[in-house]
Design a protein around this ligand. Structure first.
Ligand code: ARG
Length: 733
């Protein structure tokens, strides 16, 4: 089954899969599995824990790396408490315009530090990586609007509740929605949530698993804040997030709050299990701050709530010191990364970012340290996570680790970038991920300034004598990676930019250009320049594309109804993409229907005119690009096909077993396409399940050694248990 499981289940599955597959145990579950999160400055506010506070030296090959002794004594000895956060969640934690980490949580933990007489060093870490960082002792505590849940409490210790919040539902202003007063009211809507968040689990449990909501109406995003444009475009109806985060989006992004308070959120400070002294110190300080209303003042300043309107924090029932779970020391290892220094283009903590010309190509480098206990290999990738402004990615592509990096070693890693064309100060954040796509460790950043007047340093033109320059950033790519092709021409009459298989006549361009290309196979790009005297100069770039091994998998992609529709009718596309995914795009022929689509979702398309429509889902990840397509023929007359297809029951669009007559020992091919409310598919042969929990559409081979009469049955089941079946008989001689 493809739908999301409960948080603890994800963990169990991850644990099992990881242990089995690579000997690496996700010993510490993530706070939010696979959430793609944003920024952290490399060295900004926080002295690097790697050097200041390296935890227990990581044991060679895994084992419980938890630092010896107790965290509180370490903090006292060091005189500082190292706090992990994930600075992508304003107003709780975010980067200020002047590139500092701030927010309600940050102010709170700094105040706690002050009251405890220790300095506070804040390290920005992927939300995903906070658990590992705690286990490694790279951070002493984590604060990141982390909701206390029983599943998380099994793995971490939480302080007492410091803030009571709730969910909020936002929509496009003026959206015509039914009133939302209880979770069931969301069932008929297309709802966007953040992957791995408490909200995903909540809706999945109450709506999807109970059959009230079709699975593909729960849209799962890497970062739900980045789905706001999809509200605008009408692709989802509502988004759910923590209320103060939503309120800020209302102010800043102009969305509308349509409901809140369907689900309560209690935030706590998180620490590794068994740190009783630290927990007591923090709890005492929190109690004191709650009693004297010091927390209310912070809430007033950061969350703009009147203390009177604040929901009182429940008084903690004293918890007896929890016995440490009898250590079955996990096999495997923990991932950790600490920033050490900038190797070049030092921005001096964003106080003096280096100046680059618009479009200037440069290579940024950082020295980082493997503070974990896992060895990094080529499946580890440094990837862009977010930036302070559009363009902060600077064209950078995921950079795989070259060779291996053992625990404790430092490593120099580089990314190829191009300064944005628009003047401004840019800060782009990068994050390491392991082979399973799990983000971890401290984020690093690159900061530059593009002046409004290009500085006199000339743009690096190759040979000044020629007026046509054409080059690429990366001539060698792995499938799914991209490069930027650049051209600069002077005093030419016409320029054409095209690639193998295209007619140059159709591709006239202006004299200066920078185009990102992500070819899926090796290809040539051409620049054809026509000089004023009519002479032609042609340049070519060959891009070599190696096939990808770890590309995302398209679990299913169905178009309903399949095949043919009549004019004026619509199709519904449904898809789910698994694995390490950066970006999902939905296309119809060459038109992008949805750029940055969720990992799972659905979309209706009503092609206006007759013709062939090739629908495509494209999933890009650091491991490559995967695509799946369906051709729909729109005929010039209305057809009796239902549009959109009803999703109140499972539908079987096709079921075939071919050939229907074979000799013993030969194989048949089973093919199926289901849709509607189908969430579970089985194939039975003579009443025995031979395929279980397969995707909504697919093909499989079945080889039958023994002669006889065989009945194949396809079962499409929806979450309510309603079933549709189809049967095919096969004769084996
Ligand atoms: N409260 C939600 C949860 O615990 C989301 C927290 C996200 N926090 C962040 N800093 N990104 O699942």
């Amino acid at each position: 089954m493809s739908r999301p499981t409960l948080f603890p289940l994800i963990l169990l599955v991850m644990l099992a899969a990881l242990t089995a597959a690579c000997g690496k145990t996700q010993a510490v579950p993530t706070i939010a599995p696979e959430v793609i999160i944003t920024p952290t400055p490399a060295g900004a506010t926080a002295p690097v824990p790697a050097t200041t506070s390296t935890p227990t030296p990581p044991s060679e090959s895994g084992g419980q790396p938890a630092p010896e002794g107790d965290a509180w004594s370490r903090i006292q000895q060091r005189g500082s408490m190292i706090v992990g956060t994930s600075a992508d969640y304003p107003p709780f934690e975010y980067y200020t315009q002047d590139f500092k980490i701030d927010g309600f949580d940050i102010a709170l933990i700094k105040e706690i530090g002050q009251r405890l007489g220790v300095q506070v060093e804040v390290v920005d870490i992927a939300f995903d990586g906070l658990g590992d960082a705690l286990a490694l002792g790279q951070i002493d505590v984590a604060i990141a609007a982390i909701s206390i849940t029983p599943a998380r409490e099994e793995v971490f210790d939480f302080s007492q509740v410091y803030f009571v919040s709730e969910d909020a539902v936002v929509a496009k202003p003026g959206a015509n929605l039914p009133p939302i007063t209880k979770v069931e009211d969301l069932a008929t809507l297309r709802v966007g949530v953040q992957k791995g968040s408490v909200f995903e689990d909540w809706l999945d449990d109450l709506l999807v698993k109970t059959g009230l909501m079709p699975e593909t109406n729960l849209f799962i995003y890497g970062d739900v804040k980045q789905a706001i444009p999809d509200l605008e475009a009408g692709r989802v109806d509502v988004l759910i997030m923590d209320r103060p985060v939503a309120e800020l989006a209302v102010q800043e992004k102009g969305v509308q709050l349509v409901a809140s308070g369907l689900h309560r959120e209690l935030y706590g400070v998180v620490m590794a299990k068994g740190q009783e002294t630290l927990r007591t110190e923090i709890n005492q300080t929190l109690s004191e701050m709650l009693r004297t209303h010091a927390i209310d003042d912070l809430a007033k300043g950061y969350l703009h709530v009147d203390p009177g309107d604040l929901e009182p924090v429940p008084t903690p029932t004293p918890v007896p010191p929890q016995p440490l779970p009898t250590p079955t020391p996990p096999q495997g290892c923990y991932d950790g990364l600490a920033y050490v220094e900038d190797l070049n283009y030092d921005d001096q903590n964003m106080t003096n970012p280096p100046v680059l010309n618009p479009g200037e190509v440069f290579r940024k480098g950082w020295r980082v340290k493997n503070t974990g206990t896992c060895t990094w290999g080529s499946s580890y990738v440094l990837d862009f996570v977010f930036g302070n402004a559009e363009g902060a990615r600077m064209g950078g592509q995921p950079a795989p680790v070259q060779g291996t990096v053992a625990p404790g070693q430092t490593y120099d890693i580089y990314v190829d970038l191009a300064a944005p064309v628009k003047p401004g100060v840019y800060q782009g954040f990068w994050q390491m991920r392991d082979g399973t796509g799990q983000a971890f460790g401290q984020r690093v950043y690159v900061g530059i300034r593009v002046p409004s007047q290009p500085t006199p340093t000339p743009f690096p033109t190759a040979t000044p004598s020629t007026a046509v320059n054409f080059w690429t950033d990366q001539p060698n790519l792995v499938q799914g990676q991209c490069t930027v092709n650049h051209w600069r021409t002077q005093n030419v009459q016409a320029v054409y930019y095209y690639h193998d298989g295209q007619n140059w006549q159709d591709h006239g361009v202006v004299g200066v250009g920078d185009v990102q290309e992500c070819p899926s196979q090796s290809i040539n790009y051409f620049l054809r320049a026509v000089h004023p005297d009519g002479s032609v100069e042609q340049r070519a770039i060959h891009i070599n594309v190696a096939p990808a091994v770890d590309a995302p998998q398209i679990n299913y992609f169905v178009v309903e109804p399949p095949g043919q529709i009549g004019i004026g009718q619509c199709v519904v596309l449904r898809w789910e993409v698994l694995g390490n995914v950066n970006m999902v795009n939905i296309r119809s022929n060459d038109r992008v229907l949805w750029q940055g689509a969720p990992f799972r979702g659905s979309l209706q398309d009503c092609p206006g005119s007759p013709g062939q429509y090739n629908y495509q889902v494209e999933a890009q990840g650091p491991g490559g690009v995967s695509r799946a397509t369906h051709l729909t023929n729109v005929v010039d007359q209305p057809l009796p096909t239902p549009t959109p297809p009803p999703s109140s029951q499972p539908i079987i669009y096709s079921f075939s077993v071919e050939p229907t007559n074979i000799a013993a020992g030969m194989c048949v091919t089973i093919g199926w396409q289901t849709g509607g409310a189908t969430s579970y598919v089985q194939v039975l042969r003579n009443n025995q399940v031979i395929l279980d929990g397969v995707p909504l559409a697919g093909t499989q081979q079945d080889c039958i050694p023994v002669a006889g009469q065989y009945e194949f049955v396809l079962r499409a089941i929806d979450p309510m248990g309603q079933t549709a079946t189809a049967t095919v008989n096969v004769q084996v001689d």
